[in-house]
Design a protein around this ligand. Structure first.
Ligand SMILES: Nc1nc2c(ncn2[C@@H]2O[C@H](COP(=O)(O)OP(=O)(O)O)[C@@H](O)[C@H]2O)c(=O)[nH]1
Ligand SMILES: [Mg+2]
Length: 460
């Protein structure tokens, strides 16, 4: 990626398509010169927000508001202009082309944020959180990303690094002036400071699972024999009629996917074609094959039984299929149609099918009874703690670096415990610091930066 810092860049920052207003951003050393060539205004020069027209020579192109942000107190750290135009793709293109004709070039993906990073407006972990915030699928995952943008994760990393700098300084004093009478730390004190760094890194690592689930979500597939009420359950969870429900077995021949916010977790819920023994219908057969494929990709299965009927061959067929697929995911057993007379119980199901279900619930997809408990159960399985509000966004890059830092810190501790050998201990402590710095973007290789920023949208 060719991110030339000297260029002035422009891009549409709002979503493409028709809208009431669209925002075009312009950033770089000559952004004020460029805008002044194509913007006619009668607003006072000292006004930050100016009203006027974008013009090409004498021809008016749009009536706009321009907001002027003067460096260095801007998103990118450069002179920056935000042009609020009418959200018509034709107008947007005309204004962008005028900007390009007058000296700007199209911004690369994430280039505004990349400049913010280069100009120390934010560190790399904060820049990554900007992308995570935009792509967050639930209120809760957005909140977690915002915690990072506010610098809560970065400041924890900086605190650990400051403590390490201090500790390393003491260890180096030991090396440089072994015989002199200056302040030394006892080995116990060094170990206790090191332990607190180790605990702090471990605490950050502990956020990873929740953070990953909040950002990426989990996939839950509803399986069961035809007519168990799978499509009805999907509709009940969604609170709308998304899937067709009939009493004709084999109605759902394809899979239906929807994303919902389940207690803060982005939950992809998938309704599948029922699995049964003999299928004359070739479309239904294909649907069943797809069901099997979905089962392989799901994080959690909801296995629905029809409580108003006893178990039959189809339930057994599913049990056999699941046993043969040797899945290693939680399966929630559900007795649906609890509003009708029940012929089934947990005992009957487990003694007949001999299948390990994680938990067992009674619901009625028709009346809505038990749906809320089911969602609670899924959130519990996902393992997202109650304190999701304090969670920090730890992505896989951070996770690997934190693990490396932990490894070096544990080694430092082992060396100090064994023989108080400050010299070797120092080397390990410094390498822990180096990887922690990488989280913040200090001394990170260009290709890593390119990879991170290329995942951003254009205009951010
Ligand atoms: N009484 C009752 N009927 C239900 C319930 N859930 C589904 N049904 C009915 O069972 C039939 C099959 O439902 P459907 O959702 O299409 O099952 P699927 O084949 O598993 O997707 C329909 O007639 C539904 O109205 C329930 O909780 N109670
Ligand atoms: Mg169905």
């Amino acid at each position: 990626m060719n991110y030339l810092k000297e260029d002035t860049i422009a891009a549409l920052s709002t979503a493409a398509g028709k809208s009431a207003i669209a925002i075009i951003r312009l950033s770089g050393t000559i952004s004020f010169e460029i805008i002044n060539r194509i913007f006619k205004t009668y607003s006072k020069p000292e006004q930050q927000v100016k009203y006027g027209y974008i013009v090409d020579g004498t021809e008016k192109k749009d009536e706009v508001l321009c907001i002027f942000f003067k460096a260095p107190h801007t998103y990118t750290g450069e002179n920056l202009v935000e042009i609020a135009v009418h959200g018509n793709p034709v107008i947007i293109n005309e204004v962008l082309n005028l900007l390009y004709k007058n000296g700007a070039r199209p911004a690369e993906p994430g280039e505004f944020t990349y400049r913010a990073f280069l100009n120390d407006k934010m560190d790399l972990a904060e820049a990554e959180a900007v992308c995570a915030l935009i792509t967050s699928k639930t209120e809760m995952s957005a909140k977690v990303a915002l915690n990072n943008i506010a610098g809560e994760f970065s400041s924890k990393i900086k605190n650990i690094n400051d403590a390490l700098t201090n500790l390393i300084a003491f260890m180096e004093v030991n090396l440089d002036h072994p015989e002199e009478d200056i302040m030394f730390l006892s080995r116990d004190e060094k170990l206790s400071r090191l332990n607190s760094c180790i605990n702090n890194v471990q605490n950050l690592l502990n956020f990873y699972k929740t953070s990953k689930i909040l950002q990426q979500g989990i996939k839950v597939a509803i399986i069961g024999k035809p007519n168990a009420g799978k499509s009805s359950l999907l509709n009940a969870i969604l609170g709308k009629n998304r899937a067709i429900v009939t009493d004709i077995a084999g109605t759902t021949t394809d899979t239906i996917e929807e994303i919902i916010d389940c207690r803060g977790i982005p939950l992809t819920i998938i309704d599948t074609a029922g699995i049964r023994d003999h299928t004359e219908n070739s479309i239904e057969f294909l649907g069943q094959e797809k069901t099997k494929e979905i089962i392989g990709k799901a994080d959690v299965l909801i296995w629905l039984f029809d409580a108003s009927l006893g178990l039959d061959q189809n339930d057994k067929k599913i049990a056999d299929f699941l046993k043969n697929s040797s899945l290693n995911i939680p399966i929630i057993g559900i007795l649906n149609k609890s509003d009708l007379f029940s012929k089934l119980s947990l005992d009957i199901v487990s003694s007949t099918l001999h299948f390990p279900l994680l938990t067992f619930l009674f619901i009625s997809a028709k009346t809505g009874t038990g749906i809320s408990t089911l969602l609670d159960e899924i959130a519990k399985i996902a393992g997202t703690s109650e304190s999701k509000n304090d969670c920090l966004m730890i992505n896989s890059r951070h996770f690997i670096l934190l693990q490396n830092a932990l490894e070096s810190l544990v080694k430092t501790k082992q060396i100090l415990t064994a023989k108080d050998a400050d010299e070797i201990a120092c080397v390990e402590a410094v390498s822990a610091q180096t990887v922690l710095n990488e989280i913040l973007g200090i001394n990170v290789k260009q290709d890593i930066l390119d990879t991170i920023f290329s995942t951003f949208c254009i205009g951010k």
